[in-house]
Structures are given as C-alpha cells and as structure tokens.
Ligand binder design. Structure first.
Ligand code: PMP
Length: 433
C-alpha cells in the first residue's frame, strides 16, 4: 500500500527542493498511484480515463511489458558493447514497420536525445548547421533541441530564434497564415523562402525537422501536398529531412505506423520516443544506410544506457503488442468513430471551431464566431472533465486546443463516455460566457 503522506506535504517539499520550472498538472494536483490500461488511479482509489498519455502506448502497466522488463532486469543489464539478442530483436521488430530505405538504428533514452543525435547526424552529413523548423514546434529539452523549438524560444523565458534556426509559419489550414484547400503549396513556399534566406547568407541548409502532426502547435495536421513539396525543396538545396515521430509514431495515427507515411514521403531520419518504452526511457533514431555511414566518421558513438537489454526487452514487447493486439487498427477504428462523433458535437456547439487529427491523435479547437481563440473555456473544459473522471490536456499557441492522445487500448465505450461528458460540460453556463 502507498505510504500515507498528505498531498500538501508532497507539494511543500517539491516547492522547496525540486526545480521551480517543473510544473504540476491541475489547480488541485492529483497523486496517481496506479495505472491500468487506459486508466489511472489516484490515492483515494478514484479511477480516471486517460486521454493524455501517449507514452503508455499499449496501456498503463501492460502486464506483458512489466513481465518483459522484470525478467530481463533479474538476468542482466549492461551497455550495448556486449552482444545481446534483445537489441537485435528490437531492431528487427522496428525495421519491419519502417520503409526499407530506413535500415539503420541507434538506440537512446529520450526523445530529446533522439533529436539531438539526429542533428549531429545532419551536421556530419552535410557540413552545414542551419536548420529549418516550424513555428510552435517542440523537439526536446537539450541545448540543441531548445535551439530548434520555437514553442520554447518564442515563448516565456525564451530569446527568439538563434542565428542558425529558421522558422516558417505554423502550417495551420484552419487559423494560420494561409487557410483552406491550397494552403499546402503556400506553406511549402514559406519553407523555400527560408532556404533562400540561408543561401543568401552564403550558407547551406542542413535539415528540415518537423512532426507529421504538430502536437504542441495544437494537433496541426499538415495540409495536403505540403510535406512532399517541402522535402523536395530541402533535398534540392542539399539538406536532409527529419520526421519527429516522438509523439505520433508507433501506430497511433491508425492508417500507418508512422506519421510521415500519411504524406507519401520517406524521411532521411526518423526520431522515435515516448511510446517505444511504454513509460520506460527508451527512444531511437532510424536513418538511411548513407546517413549512418557518413555519421560514422571515426568518432565512436557511445551511450551508457541506450539499447541496454532491459530497455530492448521492453521495446520489443511494446512493438509486438501493437502488432499482436492490433492496436494500430484499433487506433484507426476508434479514432474514426471518435472524430465523427466530435464533428457531430461541433455542429451542436459552435464554440467547437475545428476537429482534426488522425487515429488516436485528435484535436478540438475552441473559438468564437470571429475565430478568436477561447483559452479560458478550453481550460475550464479540461478541468471540468477531470471532475468527471476524464483526463484531458490543452495546447496550441493560444491554449485553445483540447488534445486527445490516449493509450491505444482506448475503446468504443471510452469514446462514448468522452462524448457524453463533453456534451454535458459544453451545456454549462461558463461555456456560454
Ligand atoms: N519531440 C516531440 C515532438 C516531443 O513532443 C517531445 C516531448 N514532449 C520530445 C521530442 C522530447 O522528448 P523527451 O521529453 O522524451 O526528451
């Protein structure tokens, strides 16, 4: 049983001894003590339906993942300089899901580390260091990752884009700079303008880094044709293309294993994180043979924990569960159902301006009749949903997007419950104010 420590005491201690920039979720923080499938359970035994946690990909504390980790931990855990079956087996499982061009893997411990390594690869391959990225993109917490994350350097405490980072406008076809049908071409042109800017300075573009659905940007689906055209421009300029799949990868988008596959492109580098370890710190970089070989310039790449037998046992089990339990197919089926129901809800409640996303990676954007963002209502909705036992997160540059990215075991009944609760709260007075 969980030790009885009052929440106030936990909060006080955190305030005194943990960094101030670590935030807590909710005005009255919750202490979670157990996870189970698509549910989290707090210290009072209250069960919450979790639509936030895309890390617990195959379900919180999936028994097969727990078993795989426990059994391997009892046997051996060392670095990857010794031979071990697990690293090869995880590689094999992952490569089966990727296009044949992406045939080389490096294992690391977090999404940030994966993107950090991807940028090192880009520099070693191109000899260049100018990176093009999206407005409100987020790629991780390290020095380099912050330098390419407009979400951070353009936000509170940030100092704007560094000299070698070039930001194009958020490719948001609903409320962005270009809207509607042919916006894909226009946003791709914005990428080309950034390439030109770099070249006018006498430098060369190193890479484009982008999520296939921009998560922190508010679940922004890339407009049709955009990614393919942007990749063409980048490659013509000698740069590489990185797809950051840390949030959306491993089958979440339903139609495909990876978000880039929705856009008929093959990146040079793919970064994989959160879902791969189902909560255990495990991430990976997949790249082409050519990119990997140019990176291997004689300097050894050593990573103490990356690719260790315990992490790999867990990762292998996660990918096998996605395949065995048909969770990609479930993401597609339940995602389609939920999206249809949300669209019906939007017809009834005009405050819902836009429903978007793929599979179990959806966004609900709240706006007024002039398309002005409604952050207070979005925050209210998320907090009231928590009162009703459903965890939801908010994001986007204007904090007016509710995000839905649950463990992939999320089922039809869960979707129905979500819709019922949302419609109840949308009737409340505050939502009309
Ligand atoms: N890329 C994206 C798109 C992310 O959302 C995140 C984390 N939120 C990261 C990279 C960094 O991953 P990590 O927190 O595991 O370092």
């Amino acid at each position: 049983p969980e030790k009885e420590v009052p929440n106030e005491e936990l909060i006080d201690y955190r305030k005194k001894h943990l960094g101030k920039s670590l935030s807590l979720q909710y005005k009255v923080p919750i202490k979670m003590v157990r996870g189970d499938g698509q549910y989290l359970i707090d210290q009072f035994g209250r069960k919450y339906l979790d639509t936030v946690n895309n890390v617990a990909h195959v379900g919180h504390e999936h028994p097969d993942v727990v078993k795989a980790g426990q059994e391997q931990m009892a046997l051996i855990n060392t670095n990857s300089r010794y031979l071990h079956n697990n690293i090869n087996e995880l590689a094999r499982e992952l490569l089966e899901t990727l296009p044949p061009e992406l045939s080389v893997l490096h294992f690391v411990n977090s999404g940030s580390e994966a993107n950090e390594l991807a940028i090192r690869m880009v520099k070693a391959n191109t000899g260049a260091r100018d990176i093009i990225a999206s407005e409100v993109g987020y790629h991780g917490n390290t020095n380099m990752c912050i330098d390419i994350s407009s979400y951070k350097f353009d936000g509170k405490g940030g100092n704007g884009a560094p000299e070698h980072t070039h930001i194009f406008p958020l490719p948001d076809a609903f409320r962005g700079k270009y809207r509607g049908k042919d916006s894909g071409v226009k946003y791709a042109e914005e990428v080309r303008q950034q390439i030109k800017k770099v070249e006018e300075k006498g430098r060369k573009v190193a890479a484009l880094i982008l999520e296939p659905i921009i998560s922190c940007g508010g679940q922004i689906e890339l407009p049709s044709g955009f990614l393919k055209q942007a990749y063409t421009y980048i490659r013509e300029a000698g740069g590489l293309c990185i797809s950051d799949e840390v949030q959306v990868g491993c089958g979440r988008v339903g139609k495909a294993w990876w978000g880039f596959q929705l856009h008929d492109v093959v990146p040079d580098i793919v970064t994989i994180g959160k879902p791969l370890g189902n909560g255990h710190p495990l991430a990976a970089v997949a790249c082409t043979r050519e990119v990997a070989d140019r990176f291997a310039n004689g300097m050894e790449y050593f990573n103490t924990f990356g690719g260790n037998p315990v992490s790999c046992a867990i990762g292998k089990e996660v990918i096998q569960i996605v395949k065995r339990e048909k969770l990609k197919e479930n993401a597609f089926e339940i995602g389609c159902y939920l999206k249809e129901e949300l669209i019906k809800l939007a017809k009834k409640f005009p405050i819902i301006g836009n429903i978007r996303g793929e599979g179990l990676f959806l966004g609900i954007e709240l706006v007024d009749e002039k398309l002005h963002p409604l952050a207070a209502q979005t925050d209210y909705l998320a907090n009231r949903m928590k009162d009703h036992g459903i965890l939801m997160s908010t994001d986007g540059p204007d904090n007016n997007v509710l995000k839905i990215k649950p463990p992939l075991v999320f089922n039809r009944e869960n979707a129905q419950e979500l819709i019922i609760r949302l419609s109840k709260i949308l009737e409340e007075d505050f939502m009309k104010s």
